[in-house]
Structure formats: structure tokens, C-alpha cells
Design a protein around this ligand. Structure first.
Ligand SMILES: [Ca+2]
Ligand SMILES: [Ca+2]
Length: 273
């Protein structure tokens, strides 16, 4: 049995870990299109990988659903755009298509909210995007989308470069990343660096990394899911867009810091014992 002091130390350690954002934060999570769940296609309820708060939920903006204008599939990301590269795992990526003014999207909840110091890392492989269309992903909170912060990364049809979008649903600040269009795939790593601050590292296949820092207007520590979307990129297979290899990870060193803090408390206990 632990003595009073031992229980106090464990309680303090739990509080310290909690205050460091470890206990409340989204856990280590991963998924990719090579998982068995996607062998028969990508559907609502698929839950490959591990560490998530739930399964994928796939939707389109067309009512009733019409597979001619918007939908989801699993396939290679090699043949979209210029046919010059892919982000496949075992030949497969998650595909989204949308045309005629419609949108397809896919959401998956984190196990908790994204903590300060945590990153969401994924591979994206957009094809061509028609003028006014948009292909990318958003991190935000469920609930009132008009009053919660969000971070989006996307290719905007008719532009040359990728953009980030922050702010609220009806008040988005767009920032040109300076990273030009590619259909060979790129890795995007978003890190929440503070309650109202982030960094995003963008690495095109075979290219160098561009890192941008930005701020949020309001607290963004409530991000609890990711949404992948294709808004009207266009009907040709060259316009299909793909994602793959999503991870939610603690920033390197965060766990070590927490363990160092716990070790310090235990050392304190030994000295007092
Ligand atoms: Ca499936
Ligand atoms: Ca490609």
C-alpha cells in the first residue's frame, strides 16, 4: 500500500502530466490506405490504423447522394494531374472526387483534442483543380463551425500556389504559402505551437521543406477532428485528389519532458523517504 506521501506524489505526477497536456491531448494515432479496412473500398465506418476517437465518416454535399458528381474511392494517386508521382501505400491512397459544384468530404475524430506541441502529419496528392474549386484538409472543432477556429491547407483552383486558411467559417484569412502546384504529392505537418499559434511544414515530393508560422484569432486548443475535402476540383480522373498516411504525434521531446518531470518527483520522494 502506498503511504499518504506516496499517494500525494502520484496525484501530483498525474496533475503535472495533465497540465503538460499529455493526459487530455489527442493520443498517438495513425492510419493509411494500405490497411485492411480499405481493401474493399473506403466507406463510412472504416477504421484502419489505431489511436483514433472513432471511424471515418464519409459524406457529400449532393442530396440525394449521386456518385456521378461526388464520392470517395481507393486507388493509386499516380495518374492524377501530370501523372508524375504518388503518395501510395501498397499501391493505394484515399481518393475524393467532386464536380458540378458539389463537394465530397471525409472526417475522422481524434481521441481528445489536439494539445499544444502536437502535430498532425499527412500526405496529400491533389490533381488539377478547376478555377474556384478547392482540394485540401481542415482541422477544427465539432460544434458551431461559425464560432470555432480552424486551420486549412489547400490548393485553390486558378492559383499557382497552395494556401492556408485560418479564422472562422465565415471569416477566413487566406495566406499564400509560396509552394507551387504539384501532382506528385507533398507532406504537410501542422503543429499547434501555442493556444493561438501554429507552424506548418510543407515538403513536396523530392523537394525541400517550407515552414511557415502563423497565429489564430481565438483559442485553437479544441481541434478534435480532421476533415479531408474536395470541393468541385472537376470531373476528369486527372482532377481526382488523394490523401494518405495520417499521423497525430506528440512533438519530439514532449514525452521525454513529461517523463523527466515524473523522474524528478520520484527523486524528490526518495530524498524525503
Ligand atoms: Ca472499407
Ligand atoms: Ca499524383
Amino acid at each position: 500500500m502506498l503511504g499518504t506521501r506516496g499517494r500525494w506524489i502520484l496525484a501530483m505526477a498525474a496533475m503535472w502530466l495533465g497540465s503538460a497536456g499529455i493526459a487530455a491531448a489527442a493520443g498517438l494515432a495513425w492510419d493509411n490506405a494500405g490497411e485492411g479496412a480499405y481493401g474493399d473500398g473506403w466507406q463510412t465506418g472504416d477504421a484502419g490504423g489505431s489511436g483514433w476517437g472513432g471511424a471515418w465518416n464519409l459524406n457529400t454535399s449532393v442530396v440525394p447522394p449521386d456518385g456521378n458528381v461526388a464520392g470517395h474511392f481507393v486507388g493509386t494517386s499516380q495518374n492524377n494531374g501530370n501523372g508524375d508521382g504518388n503518395v501510395d501505400v501498397s499501391g493505394a491512397s484515399w481518393g475524393l472526387y467532386a464536380n458540378s459544384g458539389y463537394m465530397s468530404y471525409a472526417t475522422r475524430p481524434f481521441a481528445g483534442t489536439l494539445g499544444i506541441g502536437q502535430s498532425v502529419i499527412l500526405d496529400m496528392d491533389n490533381g488539377y483543380v478547376e478555377a474556384g474549386g478547392q482540394f485540401g484538409f481542415t482541422l477544427t472543432a465539432y460544434g458551431d463551425i461559425g464560432s470555432t477556429e480552424r486551420f486549412s491547407f489547400y490548393f485553390l483552383g486558378g492559383s499557382n500556389n497552395y494556401f492556408t486558411g485560418t479564422g472562422q467559417m465565415y471569416w477566413i484569412t487566406q495566406t499564400d504559402t509560396g509552394v507551387p502546384f504539384t501532382s506528385a504529392g507533398l507532406q504537410v505537418a501542422f503543429t499547434l505551437t501555442g493556444a493561438q499559434a501554429y507552424s506548418v511544414a510543407i515538403t513536396p515530393a523530392g523537394g525541400s521543406t517550407t515552414t511557415l508560422n502563423g497565429s489564430f484569432l481565438i483559442d485553437a486548443t479544441n481541434f478534435d477532428h480532421i476533415e479531408l475535402y474536395n470541393f468541385n476540383a472537376g470531373g476528369a480522373s486527372a482532377n481526382d485528389g488523394f490523401f494518405n498516411s495520417i499521423q497525430v504525434v506528440p512533438e519530439p521531446g514532449t514525452t521525454a519532458l513529461a517523463l523527466a518531470g515524473l523522474a524528478g518527483l520520484l527523486a524528490f520522494r526518495r530524498r524525503r523517504a
